[in-house]
Write a protein that binds this ligand. Structure first.
Ligand SMILES: [Zn+2]
Ligand SMILES: [Zn+2]
Length: 308
């Protein structure tokens, strides 16, 4: 059980068992033989942004933190979209992330940079043997939906479908005919549009677990090493406001102030205007303007008095 893994019994990754993960990193290099078109590069950027949005708005802000509500149908769509990133099942992702918040920067944290260093917190814990399973107990509120459990078990279905669509788009836009998807027209789209953007999306996401617990500023006293960083917030569509997020994890926005750019939150707002999601949780003022939890309590009392 992931909960019982601590510093003492944690196992190192066995690189031999991680052939698929290594191959994914090498596949973009196959573009040396196929070449890459402007369309492939545009697709690479578009699929990075698309999947990063669903990772942060889906895996993270919905499944891990329930920061807004939606229908049973649309939550399946959210899980499917997030899983096109090939970061395993939504239930797997969210359950481990809940452990991270519960034990942030203590020995039971799956990926503490403070305790386990950069490489382990960035990628070692994912490819290591200790965190392969989904802790369904921790994610029981979503594990009661059989369609989500199915998708969690068959986590490669969404990225495979996306890869086929990418090849078809490559055939059409690079070669002029969908049927050319199995020629270099489709393969160059696959290597650059799909695999390269998958790898970049991996490391964008992983950097939140590693360097966001080391570099940047800490506005709130959270008892862990979480930090805020504008440039990482831009790269990860809002996840760089990580200290804000550790201070008040249930909010649908991680940029608490208007100048803290949080593109995922703007996307979620659009989905709410379309009626697809609702009840986006905000940040109360006593949290926003406080320095720590005791200060927040004081501010809440003051604000109550003023309102009375
Ligand atoms: Zn964190
Ligand atoms: Zn979180």
């Amino acid at each position: 059980m992931a909960e019982s893994v601590t510093l003492e019994n944690r196992r190192k990754p066995i690189i031999k068992q991680e052939i698929a993960f290594t191959i994914i990193h090498l596949l973009p290099l196959a573009a040396i033989w196929t070449g890459a078109t402007l369309f492939d590069w545009m697709l690479c950027i578009a699929l990075y942004l698309f999947r990063m949005f669903w990772i942060t708005g889906g895996y993270h802000r919905y499944f891990a933190h329930k920061s807004y509500k939606t229908s049973r149908f649309f939550q399946f769509i959210i899980a499917f979209m997030a899983q096109t990133s090939a970061q395993k099942g939504a239930l797997w992702w969210a359950a481990h992330h809940r452990h991270h918040h519960r034990h942030s920067d203590t020995p039971k944290d799956p990926h503490s940079m403070k305790l386990y260093g950069f490489w382990y917190s960035h990628v070692g814990w994912i490819i290591g043997p200790d965190y392969k399973e989904t802790d369904y107990k921790t994610i029981g509120d979503f594990a009661k939906y059989p369609e989500l459990v199915w998708l969690n078990k068959h986590y490669l279905v969404p990225p495979t479908i996306l890869a086929i669509v990418v090849m078809a788009l490559g055939g059409y836009f690079n070669g002029g005919d969908v049927m050319l998807m199995f020629t270099h027209h489709g393969f160059s789209a696959l290597f650059v549009g799909f695999f390269l953007s998958t790898v970049i999306t991996y490391h964008g996401t992983f950097s939140i677990n590693s360097i966001m617990h080391k570099f940047g500023k800490q506005r709130y006293v959270t008892g862990d090493e979480s930090k805020n960083s504008l440039w990482l917030a831009l790269l990860t569509l809002g996840e760089g406001w990580h200290n804000n997020h550790h201070y008040y994890e249930s909010a649908s926005r991680q940029g608490f102030f208007w100048w803290e750019i949080d593109i995922t939150y703007y996307g979620l707002k659009v989905l709410s205007w379309l009626g697809l999601i609702w009840d986006l949780k905000g940040v109360p003022n006593h949290i926003k303007y406080s320095k720590n939890k005791a200060h927040a309590k004081e501010l809440a009392a003051e604000m109550k008095k003023e309102a009375a």
